[in-house]
Design a protein around this ligand. Structure first.
Ligand code: BGC
Length: 815
């Protein structure tokens, strides 16, 4: 079918097929009944965007990638991915852009929260489950970002300089195993260069390794705006350029074929791969209208379960948790993340939730009147001001909350507006004129209404935008930010205005935004932020006083939503604002202090010794507060474990000297990433990879490993795990392999198996592992192959990378 279609297609049509029609759809070829493939983000919910004529409705916001991996439970991830597929279909899309399996190389990297782990084996197993679950339900995955997209600063141009062995052992294995075992419909190449060449034209990575060695038959799509060339990309193995309209493919590609710069066969090869996905998506016939449901009670329950299974109990001295309600009469709920909480990180993966449950709300619902709950925010934690929102805005049209927005299809506010609506806040990314099908290339928007301050004092108003932004207060132009960029802009230019406002006094507010002609990058941002800064900020003192008079203090701290984000790396691992001071002082006021962390990457804990109980909740999605409350109250026994090492200091981390903006980022730590580094250098982490406590205890026994085996044979390992405590619980058993003698330096141990076992009190279960050849192999760059060197190995089984409970020796002899 594909062959016959290809024969009937003109060169122009084939070239058109290799690029987007708009942000999310491929170019349809109506003459031949070929529809569009419709893509959307991904990966922890379906991002309903207001552009490309797509349906707009809020989908379930699940916990992010790091939470998925922290469950160490592929069967749960399959179920979650099935739910994601159903919601993708409901929103009329064919491909969900995920999973993101890039290795967490450095704690400051902006997309750690979206990624799975510092370990390729764990990332691979979770990724396989995600892709299988999704595709089982007829929605295609897009395995991303291939490859070595391990930081955000300079991601559009920087080069990850990685040696061959490191590439093969750390940065590619998860892609390899997912491609081989789950066959994702598409693979998304990354923005960055790898050893000097853009991922989008990387013949070695795309053609030789992915399509050649691994036999990948799906379609390679560029990350959005990652393609920079015509024939290098087509020949290099990039099949589809996104987003559209075509920048380098399309007409220029057609010309390149006509000018004999590139063979038509190369275009055919790419078109064949795109057609294959169109067939899979059923786009060669009349496709049925989208059907299904979003955000069903089942999906909400699954989002809650995923959060519960991921939450990681880092410390629990004296069994402070779960809360003993028979002994507690009052609870102080403290901290900037208690009443709101971050449910996800920033950038393309953020899913606007239909609702969100905060920890405070969930605790109030669950405890009712049985315990006195009092709340004190303590301090702010934002770094960037939050968006100006409905609490201080009234639209000029009188109805609704926010500002009235008049949208014009020209850059100078002329003629009749094409859209007249109320916007709750002015914070847009890829601004588009929903419900219009087509957003004009140049446009202007004027928002009008009243600004009524909630507090008396000095306020800060900020604009962050591409194009031009202006703010008028009481008819006077007070702020203007004009950016001259016509292409990618990051970080976005900002301008700030300080305003003295009086509580309750109303001011006329007018905000203008202009997207000029000639801007060709789709990242359009218009953001107007504002903060009420109370004149006498005694919130910290009040929180400490509340902690002092309560039986228990629960402190919810973390990073504000969007602080960890695509597009930028963070400057430090510290909690933002005065949160460390808040924790320290609360802990000093109340020895029964529990800290709940709301962040997607390792965070510094200078107060770790002072606080008896610490819980890592990650970014737990719309149901997060409920899941956290269930864990604190003991309705759920925590079973998540860390998927990255938490360092004591940033300078202890493996890539400390080799990270950050610049033309080249040297991956100088080589294969010693994550726990491989901490093991080798004997650096003590704050909390090790694989660490996570339970409200019960487990013992490990009866490890069985063959003492001798021939290379090439599968090694069967078994052991027993017993729940030695008094409540049901789940344990994540980890199996590491250590190569004792090798001709090349090897990490002291590497994760090669894991299992999550559910046990009743007193119950024992046998856990088995089959270790194949690859579990013992290293990549020899001289032989250009994986090698298992005969000799002594050790099998290490334990509860974390630093809590090895059982060991056995195994000798591998030549085959
Ligand atoms: C991100 C991708 C995302 C794409 C489409 C890019 O900026 O890197 O992960 O899928 O945008 O939104």
């Amino acid at each position: 079918k594909i062959d016959s279609l290809l024969k009937r297609m003109t060169l122009k049509e084939k070239c058109a097929l290799l690029s987007g029609k708009d942000n999310w759809r491929t170019v349809p070829i109506e003459r031949l009944g070929i529809g569009s493939l419709i893509m959307t983000d991904g990966p922890h919910g379906v991002r309903a965007t207001e552009d490309s004529g797509r349906m707009f409705a809020p989908a379930t916001s699940f916990p992010t990638g790091v939470s998925m991996a922290a469950t160490w439970d592929p069967s749960l991830i399959e179920k979650v991915a099935e739910a994601l597929a159903e919601e993708t279909r409901t929103l009329g899309c064919d491909i969900l852009l995920g999973p993101c399996v890039n290795i967490v190389r450095h704690p400051l990297a902006g997309r750690n929260f979206e990624s799975y782990s510092e370990d390729p084996y764990l990332a691979g197993q979770i990724g396989i489950a995600w892709v299988k679950g999704l595709q089982r339900k007829g929605v295609g995955a897009s395995l991303k970002h291939y490859a070595c997209n391990n930081q955000e600063d300079d991601r559009f141009r920087g080069s990850s300089e990685v040696d061959e062995r490191t590439l093969r052992e750390i940065y590619l294995p998860q892609f390899e195993t997912i491609v081989k075992e789950a066959n994702p419909w598409t693979v998304m190449c990354s923005y960055n260069r790898i050893n000097g060449f853009y991922a989008s034209e990387h013949t070695y990575l795309l053609k030789e390794i992915l399509k050649g060695e691994w036999g990948y038959e799906g379609m390679v799509v560029s990350d959005w705006g990652a393609n920079h060339t015509i024939f290098e990309s087509v020949q290099g193995g990039l099949d589809l350029e996104m987003p559209g309209p075509a920048k380098y493919y399309g007409r220029l590609l057609e010309e390149a074929v006509n000018n004999w710069q590139i063979e038509e066969a190369d275009v055919d090869e790419a078109a064949r791969r795109v057609l294959r996905m169109l067939v899979k998506a059923g786009k060669l016939k009349d496709s049925p209208p989208p059907a299904g449901k979003l955000n069903t009670p089942e999906h909400q329950a699954l989002a809650c379960q995923l959060a519960e299974e991921s939450i990681t109990l880092l410390k629990n001295e004296g069994g402070l948790l779960p809360l003993d309600l028979s002994a507690i009469k009052s609870v102080a709920v403290i901290g900037p993340m208690a009443a709101i909480g971050s449910i996800g990180g920033g950038g393309s993966s953020f899913v606007q939730p239909p609702y969100r449950i905060s920890p405070l709300q969930a605790l109030q619902e669950k405890l009712g009147d049985t315990v006195k709950i009092q709340h004190a925010q303590g301090c702010d934690n934002f770094v960037e001001l939050p968006a100006l929102g409905p609490s201080v805005l009234k639209p000029s049209s009188g109805k609704g909350q926010g500002l009235r927005g008049l949208y014009y299809d020209n850059p100078d506010f002329s003629g009749k507006p094409v859209l007249d609506r109320v916007d709750a806040s002015v914070d847009f990314w890829w601004l588009s004129f929903a419900p219009l099908a087509h957003t004009p290339p140049a446009y202007s928007v004027r928002w009008t209404g009243k600004l009524v301050a909630a507090e008396t004092g000095r306020h800060t108003l900020l604009v962050r935008n591409t194009g031009t932004a202006r703010v008028f207060i009481d008819g006077e132009l007070r702020l203007e930010n004009v950016t001259s960029h016509t292409d990618q802009v990051w970080p976005m230019p900002t301008a700030i205005l300080r305003l003295d406002l009086v509580k309750g006094k109303s001011h006329d507010l007018q905000i203008e935004f202009i997207r000029p002609t000639g801007v060709d990058f789709p990242h359009i941002k218009a953001m107007f932020a504002y903060t009420p800064a109370p004149e006498d900020d005694d919130r910290l003192e009040r929180a400490v006083a509340l902690a002092g008079k309560s039986d228990i203090a629960l402190v919810f701290v973390g990073w504000p939503e969007g602080y960890e984000s695509e597009g930028r790396d963070r400057p430090s691992i510290d909690l933002t604002g005065p949160q460390d001071e808040l924790v320290r002082r609360v802990a000093a006021a109340n020895p029964n202090t529990v800290v709940v962390l709301n962040c997607g990457s390792p965070v510094a804990m200078p107060w770790v010794a002072q606080v008896p109980a610490i819980v890592e909740a990650y970014y737990p999605g719309q149901e997060g507060g409920r899941a956290v409350a269930n864990v604190l109250l003991g309705h759920v026994n925590p079973s998540g474990k860390l998927t990255v090492t938490f360092p004591k200091r940033l300078s202890d981390t493996p890539a400390f000297t080799n990270f950050g903006p610049g033309r080249e980022v040297i991956y100088g730590e080589g294969i010693f990433v994550g726990y491989r580094h901490y093991d080798l250098r004997q650096v003590e982490p704050l909390f090790p990879f694989g660490h996570g406590l339970s409200y019960t205890t487990f013992s490990y026994s009866k490890l069985k490993v063959p003492t001798k085996i021939k290379a090439g044979k599968t090694v069967q390992v078994s052991l027993k795990v017993t729940n030695t405590g008094d409540r049901p619980g789940k344990e994540i058993v980890q199996l590491y392999v250590a190569d004792k003698q090798a001709s090349l330096p090897r990490p002291p141990k590497e994760l090669k198996g894991f299992a999550k076992v559910s046990l009743q009190p007193g119950e024992t279960q046998e856990v088995t592992f089959d270790l194949n050849q690859r579990a013992f192999a290293f990549y020899d760059p001289v032989k250009a192959d994986w090698v298992v060197e005969p000799g002594a190995f050790r099998i290490l089984v334990g509860a974390s990378a630093q809590d090895i409970r059982l060991k056995a020796k195994l000798v591998i002899s030549a085959a």
